[in-house]
Design a protein. Structure first.
Ligand code: ZN
Length: 438
């Protein structure tokens, strides 16, 4: 690959325009949805929806509305900023300039390739920091959710960066090395490595990674412990079981999740959630999490992620050999710069990651739809194991504690919500709330 022939130029400019159109289209869709969400939530701020009037106070409803609007507004600004950044890195020549600077400093070779990936990732993380700070210390703080001081936040950030470096740097180095050395089979080799890496991280997460940030303890209450164990056995969940996390160190938000696989799998409750729920509700929420396990939702997600990444890597394997791919995405490949194409690994990987981000954003409604389907399945499972009214009352507490709006814009919810809106979830629990089904 040296230079670019003239007949490849139309392809390059075609890609450049397509890329610009995709970035703008994604930005436009997100902006319209965000504006819709803010308008819809504001319009319904005045009154609690009829179905919730006996459970949710007007003040809580209005707090949820204000919190939602503030969060979505910040998201809108962040979106505009990241679209501008994306265009700066690609068509604006930012990545090209960074690559040239590193090449001048280090020459060509694997070390320079790794450095390009790491420096790019480092700059991206630094640029994201002010947004994280603002979210925690302005929005979360303003609504009384934040419990972190700046020191802990800085320590969290440092630990995350270090962890990212420890896990990400060897992975990036290995992938770059494979692209360089494994010939045309590199996408398959890199895919196997990537899947192995994901499985390892998911296995390490509950026992090694998450404890770097939080403390996890087995449930203390012996009576509740007994009920939890009975339910877990009935569901065939043979693992260490239920852990309580000190989420209150950082935030007043409450949550529960299911994580890990094999012997490392577990259900985690935030202490903030446990404080709010009675024993029946804890059991119902646990049953919901076990529903995710029973329906193999993590495995299904891993499988679809695996297929998508295999497809993506195969495509990258082909694109990496096309000079117009680099030229179209803002890399100079003519004249003196033709040597870029002799060492395209890191550039190709980064450009593709940026592209995948935008394509992934456009495909988000599909992922969100699938995730909501899983939530309904987990709810249905929980209702077969426990009583629907306990899950319903637990959910209401969860929504209220997290100041989640009860009146989202339908289109915004369709696009973004990984969990169905409260009205839809609770509607499915209603028949059982009064009935005597088991
Ligand atoms: Zn769930």
């Amino acid at each position: 690959m040296v230079g670019m022939s003239w007949d490849a130029m139309p392809l390059a400019s075609g890609l450049a325009w397509t890329w610009l159109a995709l970035v703008l289209l994604h930005g436009l869709i997100e902006a319209v949805l965000a504006l819709r969400q803010m308008r819809h939530v504001r319009q319904h701020r005045g009154a609690v929806p009829a179905a919730f009037r006996s459970h949710i106070a007007l003040a809580a409803h209005q707090k949820a509305a204000d919190y939602t609007v503030a969060t979505v507004r910040l998201g809108l600004w962040e979106l505009l900023w990241s679209a501008a950044l994306l265009l700066f890195w690609t068509l604006g020549g930012g990545l090209d300039a960074l690559n040239a600077a590193l090449r001048q400093a280090m020459g060509t070779g694997l070390a320079q390739q790794i450095a390009l990936v790491l420096v790019f990732a480092g700059i991206s993380m630094l640029l994201a920091l002010p947004w994280g700070w603002y979210k925690t210390f302005r929005i979360e703080q303003g609504f009384g959710f934040n419990r972190m001081r700046l020191g802990l936040w800085l320590m969290d950030t440092g630990r995350s960066l270090l962890l990212g470096l420890l896990l990400g740097a060897p992975l990036a180095a290995a992938v770059l090395w494979l692209i360089h050395s494994a010939g045309s089979a590199w996408p398959l080799a890199a895919w196997l490595l990537w899947m192995g890496f994901n499985a390892l991280v998911m296995w390490l997460f509950p026992t090694v990674i998450a404890p770097l940030f939080n403390r996890f303890q087995p449930l203390q209450d012996p009576v509740l412990q007994q009920r939890v164990e009975t339910l877990m056995q009935r569901s065939g969940f043979a693992a260490k079981g239920l852990f309580v996390m000190d989420g209150s160190r950082r935030s007043a938000h409450a949550n529960a999740y299911f994580t890990g696989w094999g012997t490392a799998k577990r259900v985690v409750f935030f202490d903030t959630l446990l404080q709010k729920l009675n024993a029946d509700e804890v059991e119902a929420v646990l049953a919901h999490e076990l529903g995710h396990f029973k329906h193999r939702h993590i495995a299904k997600r891993m499988l679809s992620m695996g297929l998508l990444s295999l497809l993506g890597l195969a495509m990258l394997g082909w694109l990496m050999q096309q000079p117009w791919f680099f030229a179209g995405m803002g890399i100079h490949v003519q004249g003196d710069n033709a040597q870029v194409l002799a060492h395209p690994q890191a550039l190709g990987l980064l450009l593709f990651a940026l592209m995948a981000g935008v394509l992934g954003g456009l495909m988000q409604p599909l992922g969100a739809f699938w995730s909501r389907k899983h939530e309904f399945e987990a709810d249905a499972y929980a209702m077969r194991q426990t009583e629907g009214r306990h899950l319903a009352s637990a959910l209401l507490k969860l929504y209220q504690d997290n100041a989640a709006t009860l009146t989202p814009d339908p289109w915004y919810a369709r696009f973004h919500y990984s969990h169905p809106p409260a009205t839809e979830r609770l509607a499915r629990m209603q028949p059982q709330a009064t009935g005597a089904t088991t």
